[in-house]
Structures are given as C-alpha cells and as structure tokens.
Design a protein around this ligand. Structure first.
Ligand SMILES: [Mg+2]
Length: 250
C-alpha cells in the first residue's frame, strides 16, 4: 500500500489525488475484518501433538437458578466423566464415568436436574467425592499412568480444575492428586486457532460447535456429552493445525 501511495504522489499534479487514495486506503483498513480469513488455519494440516493422550474432563455440579441464591451456595460435583483420547487420531480409548453424591446440599434443585438431566436417584445411588476420586485414581493407574505415555487434562474453561475440584477438595479435606494440576483450556486453544473467543451467551461449547460448524452430541450441561463435544471441537481444531498446550503456555 505504501508503494501505491508513493506512485500516486509522484505522478500527481496536486495533493488531491493523494488524499483520495489515502481515503480509499483508510476505508479499506476500516472495513470489518473477516476474522476467519485472517486467523483461520495458518497450518491447514495436523501437527504433532505434545502429549500421547488427552484426558477430556467436564464436571457437573449442584446449582441454583438465581445468581442471588448461588452467591451463598456451596457447589459440589455431581458428575465426574473423563475420556482418554489418543492424540494421534482423537479416538476415545477408555472412559471413566461416575455420578457423585453431594453431602452439603444432598437434594438437587429442580433447576439443577432439568439443566443437567441428572436425577436425584442418580446421585443418591452414587459415592461421595472422596470415594469417586479413589476409583478414578485406580482407573488412572490401570489406564493412563502405567502406560508410560504422556497425558494432559483438557477442559472447557478454568472452572473444573482451577476452581471447582481444588475448592471442594480443600473444603472436604481431600488430598487432590498432582496430576490434576496441568490442563489445556480448550477455549484458549479455540481462540488461538480461530482468532476470536467463543461467544459466551449460550455457553462456550455451543458457541465453538457453531463456529466450527459441528453437530451437537447429546445434551449440553451433561458431563459425559460435554466431553464428547469437546473432543469433537479438539479434532476440528487439530485439523486446522492446533497444537494443544497447557493453560499457562497458551
Ligand atoms: Mg458441562
């Protein structure tokens, strides 16, 4: 663009043509940017991933409808799903799934049940968090840790592993395993690959699926299907050259 301006300036008899060109230049610069044209895949092919396995995790927790009620409400995890995904083909090789019995507010609100599809019977028939974490640790030993392969957790947002699990473990005096410390925030992976944040209005996962033109799997706000949708998003981002990194590196 500078060379065009220089050419016009040197060939013009007055300042006017230069101003017109400059205005046109300004208008072009001010046009809305097609974010996809700019940021959409720089590498339009799969890149080697940093980890052998992704452990895709999405908790559901007790909740109330109003923000006012939530202000003094202590949430507890009620669904604990983890999908072990092979980073070569993004296929699920094993699944851990358990409902969790809440003890501070053992009765699920109608809002919570209708949002998550999780019933009172589901949680009444399940174990408390400390026992579910022990089961999960055994699953990790049998399915992940002993394979001597590298792995990293993947979640949508920071809530699951930065807030919910550490807070509940602290409040219930449960020792949280160190393998939960590092994770990939898929929302950030999406932003870095696509050049924009998924709009929050209808939730990050629905927004990412829509922007990537992917079909919804199952119901939103149900942990096990949220995991499947996250995997679908990961696969699509990987096709666009995304390499998934732990949160602090992205
Ligand atoms: Mg969820």
């Amino acid at each position: 663009m500078f060379s065009i301006l220089t050419l016009k300036a040197s060939g013009s008899r007055s300042v006017k043509p230069l101003i017109l060109v400059a205005c046109r230049h300004y208008k072009v610069r001010k046009k809305p940017i097609d974010i996809h044209a700019v940021f959409h895949p720089r590498n339009i092919s799969r890149q080697p991933q940093l980890y052998d396995y992704f452990l895709v995790l999405d908790f559901e927790a007790t909740c109330e409808k109003s923000n006012q009620a939530m202000n003094c409400f202590q949430q507890e995890i009620i669904e604990f799903p983890v999908h072990k995904v092979n980073s070569n083909n993004f296929e699920t090789e094993a699944v851990f799934h358990s409902f969790v019995k809440p003890v501070i507010n053992p009765q699920l609100s109608n809002y919570c049940s209708s949002l998550t599809g999780i019933s009172q019977v589901d949680v009444d028939n399940s174990l408390e968090l400390s026992s579910v974490l022990e089961d999960f640790d055994r699953w990790m030993t049998n399915n992940v840790v002993t394979s001597e392969k590298s792995f990293i957790f993947v979640t949508s947002g920071d809530w699951d592993l930065k807030k919910m699990l550490p807070t509940e473990c602290r409040d219930k005096n449960i020792q949280m395993k160190s393998y939960f410390t590092d994770y990939v925030n898929i929302n950030k992976s999406f932003a870095y690959t696509m050049g924009k944040w998924p709009r929050f209005g209808k939730g990050r996962i629905p927004a990412m699926l829509a922007l990537l033109e992917l079909s919804q799997i199952g119901e939103f706000h149900r942990g096990v299907s949220d995991c499947q949708n996250i995997i679908s998003i990961m696969k699509s981002l990987a096709d666009k050259g995304c390499v998934f990194k732990p949160e602090e590196n992205t």
